[in-house]
Design a protein around this ligand. Structure first.
Ligand code: IVH
Length: 671
């Protein structure tokens, strides 16, 4: 049906699909009431994507398929706000809310007036400018007068409409907050730690760090959301009340705060703020209080503003639960990738339901900024409801005996040198033989997905390192059964078994060894790609930037990391010893041959296969020169569908991508 569509029909269908997709976006993000399954949504999207590929000139610049822009930017352009972006006066006390209310009554005597209370979202203020309903500009608040043009980044946020719904005004500048939901934040940090990157301290920092990225493709991978609660410049649209504005925003497809309270008295306000506080843990994002706004917008001029904030609104911040305790000492932990993290050792104290005796201090800069000294009485708060954090020092309790902390010059675990890369906050122990790192490295080296050494688990590795029997992975290959027979928690026979398993690992494919080396940014897929492109380990070790960057799927960061790794003298020595120990350092000929049976082909897997795990099937494809991908596109050679296929099957069908089963997979692997 698709292939037979003529231009006119295609244009109509494309317009219709854009509208449908935008409508479903609104149902999902704005009204919280999705009407179709993810699968059906993907099908619409795939159909649009496919039609736009057939008729590229019919694809609108703000089509839902074009959220993620092309090239990274060099820098952000500055933009002056036509209407300044003010901030809010803050208070923590009911007394001050009562003063705020009294002041308003005095400034607007005899006026019927009311308030709206809404959550104060802990994110980053932004402004979106829609011209005739189309997103024309998106920028940060900056200093309130000038901000950065981050349109390309904001376009990647699915809850931000590229077009407004219905009859759109000539100009609407919607103001609101970009945030990272707590769940997405935790997942992002897990991912970052896995890749040897520093985790973000809280969702707010993660959101702001994400919007500062110059490559929109990177931003697209960050889980961000947005809500809108204010207006800057407008033309062709007016709102009598704040509540009306929020309703109009919703109707236009802009997400608004998840709850709001209309209040007519101080009692109403206090009740609303209490209710909001109760909801706090159930909200998907962090809030740091509630915002009270006069509902009647015609009072805004009369009420006016101070230099920084309007007199018609005030933020009520929730006092975080807080405790005071003594900082007994600061210890330094060495993480998986050698990052040194200072940790506060505290006099135990009870806070929000648990006893706390340690808290991360993140990094040396943080300690300096907060002027935290050993022996201080410090304030402890629970940030984002979960992680206890030292937020300040009770300076008046100082005796003069407190000591300023300095990062150790040598690694506290191994005594090795500490370095700090340019532009990085983190101090790192660069010694790969550092016991803390070594244990983690060996665990990775021996893992199923890497060298797959059966029986070489955590307990054994810890002892091997502690007893100084192993100082790097090459040492594993010189171990004798007699040396390990005496280790604890080792069954009688298994010393010989482990030695056997270590010996057997010498024959593993080259990609496993490349992956096992633990080069930052090189995961197992990347290792397989590398094996395909190089004859042997030496060829990879001497590859320059130009050669590496030509490889599909390999970005500049990974290339730099590979080059750095092989530049280090100790890594070269390690490779040498691994080679001498008899490990396979050559790539499998099938992988290298240009005539590899699946060269140039791209496969996607879905569902469960009976005879292979997903990883095994992917490896087999890559071995034959094929590529695998996580999503179906027009470039996909075929979708391999096992039992219970997911939405990829629908997408493949919509795109006309061939679908094959396990039998056919076995056949193509055999060819
Ligand atoms: S109104 C002139 N409403 O708080 C009023 N701000 O301290 C401008 N914020 O820069 C802001 N939730 O980043 C408003 N519901 C809300 C808000 C909110 C969070 C942030 C915003 C603003 C800061 C002011």
């Amino acid at each position: 049906r698709l292939a037979s569509m003529n231009r006119g029909e295609a244009a109509k269908r494309i317009a219709r699909l854009c509208e449908e997709i935008e409508r479903h976006n609104r149902l999902y993000y704005v009204l919280n009431a999705p009407a179709i399954s993810d699968r059906e949504y993907d099908r619409l999207y795939a159909e649009l994507d496919n039609l736009e590929k057939q008729f590229p000139d019919l694809a609108a610049p703000d089509s839902p398929t074009r959220r993620v822009g092309g090239e990274p930017l060099k820098e952000f352009r500055s933009v002056r706000h036509r209407v300044p972006m003010m901030s809010l006066a803050n208070t923590y006390s009911r007394g001050e809310i009562s003063d705020f209310h009294a002041r308003i009554l005095k400034l607007a005597p005899g006026r019927q007036m009311s308030y709206i209370v809404e959550p104060k979202i802990d994110g980053l203020a932004i402004a979106l400018r829609y011209e005739s309903g189309r997103l024309a500009l998106g920028c940060t608040r900056g200093d309130g007068t000038t901000g950065d043009d981050i349109t390309a980044n904001l376009r990647t946020i699915r809850s931000i409409p590229l077009r407004l719904a219905g009859a759109a005004p000539a100009v609407l500048e919607a103001r609101g907050e970009v945030f990272m939901p707590r769940k997405g934040f935790l997942a992002l940090n897990r991912e970052r730690e896995k890749n040897g990157l520093e985790p973000f301290a809280n969702p707010r920092n993660a959101a702001s760090g994400s919007l500062k990225l110059l490559d929109p493709r990177e931003v697209n991978r960050r889980p961000l959301g947005a809500v809108f609660y204010g207006a800057g410049e407008t033309s062709g649209i007016e709102f009598k009340t704040h509540g009306e504005m929020l309703d109009r925003f919703r109707a236009l497809g802009l997400p608004t705060p998840p709850r709001r309270w209309k209040c007519r008295s101080l009692e109403d306000l206090f009740r609303a703020l209490e209710e909001l506080k109760e909801m706090r843990p159930a909200l998907p994002f962090d809030i740091d209080g509630g915002v009270i706004k006069v509902d009647e917008r015609d009072l805004y001029d009369l009420l006016g503003a101070t230099a920084k904030s309007p007199r018609w609104a005030i933020a009520f911040k929730y006092e975080p639960e807080r405790a005071e305790t003594i900082l007994k000492s600061i210890s330094v932990q060495v993480g998986r990738t050698g990052v040194l993290t200072p940790v506060a050792e505290l006099e135990p104290v009870f806070l929000s339901g648990s006893t706390i005796n340690r808290a991360t201090l993140h990094n040396a800069e943080e300690i300096q900024r907060k002027d935290i000294r050993v022996g201080d009485r410090v304030y402890l708060e629970k940030a984002g409801e979960v992680i206890p954090e030292i937020t300040g020092v009770n300076v008046s309790a100082r005796t003069g005996k407190e000591r300023v902390f300095a990062m150790p010059e040598k690694c506290p675990v191994c005594g090795g040198d500490i370095t700090r890369a340019e532009g990085e906050i983190a101090f790192r122990c660069e010694n790969l033989q550092c016991p803390a790192q070594l244990k983690r490295w060996l665990r990775h080296f021996a893992a199923r997905g890497a060298m797959d050494i059966e029986g070489l688990g955590e307990a054994i590795i810890d002892q091997l390192v502690d007893m100084k029997l192993v100082a790097d992975p090459a040492d594993l290959y010189t171990l004798t059964a007699a040396q390990i027979a005496g280790l604890e928690r080792l069954a009688e026979k298994s010393a010989a078994n482990i030695i056997g398993a270590i010996a057997a690992s010498k024959k593993r494919d080259l990609w496993r060894l490349i992956f096992a080396l633990g080069i930052r940014q090189v995961g197992n897929k990347m290792a397989q790609t590398l094996e395909m492109h190089f004859d042997d380990m030496d060829a990879l070790a001497s590859a320059g930037n130009e050669r590496l960057e030509k490889i599909h799927d390999l970005g500049p960061v990974a290339a730099a990391s590979i080059i750095d790794f092989f530049k280090a003298e100790r890594n070269r020595r390690l490779i040498d010893r691994l080679k001498k120990a008899g490990l396979n350092c050559k790539s499998t000929p099938a992988l290298r041959s240009a005539a590899a049976s699946l060269a140039g082909k791209i496969y996607v897997l879905t569902g469960t296969l009976a005879g292979f795990s997903r990883e095994e099937a992917e490896e087999q494809i890559r071995r034959r020169g094929g590529r695998t991908s996580g999503s179906v596109s027009a470039k996909t050679t075929a979708l391999i569908a096992g039992a219970d296929p997911g939405s990829k099957l629908d997408r493949a069908r919509a795109l006309g991508v061939p679908v094959i089963g396990e039998e056919e997979l076995i056949k193509i692997l055999g060819e």
